[in-house]
Design a binder for this molecule. Sequence first.
Ligand code: IYR
Length: 217
Amino acid sequence: MQPLDFRELPLEEMQARVSDFVADLRRRRTVRHFTDRAVPRTLIEECLRAANSAPSGGNRQPWHFVIVGDAETKSRIRKAAEAEEYELYHRRASDEWLEALAVLGTDEHKPFLEIAPWLIVVFAEIWGVSPDGSKKKNFYVQESVGIATGFLIAALHRAGLATLTHTPSPMGFLRDILGRGENERAFLILVTGYPADDAEVPVLEKKKLDDVTSFRE
Ligand code: IYR
């Protein structure tokens, strides 16, 4: 054990800091039109430090990030994702699902997977491996990886980058293409870069705070 490094702030400063944070986060949009403009690896690494600082079940940190920047791997990922997404849009998705997606204007074409400079593929480590090769249990894997991914999305936005949270469905091909072990499952692709000059985003409303909260005092 060691003493907690807690820094108490004056209340006004607490309010100001969180309001800044909220205003910045509210400007974040999921972007689907990227340029191929380069983003330094060091900037991505710093954002990954934020993700890796996330709390996790038993501090197991059950995540692995593969950061894909080479054209050949990006092209393989695009081809495999588009094949799955073709099936999704043309056969697998329910009418209800397709209706929800119509608002976003998405389809099976995923050019951003080749255009954006970085694809950050987040894997969930379903079980760990001890130094002697035996299986080591991980706890609350989905929750932990979800939290780390949230930290990462916020950090990338804070760094001034655009991201797309992309979940080609199903995502099993990512483990094969990226050579990850059978103890890992692809969780999400974060397509990362600069938005295209003419990038557009759908008009979306967020629910009101009252609709998503209930205080009991
Ligand atoms: N994975 C598909 C479909 C998709 C699903 C949801 I839920 C979205 O919010 C957006 C897209 C795709 O990426 O097109």
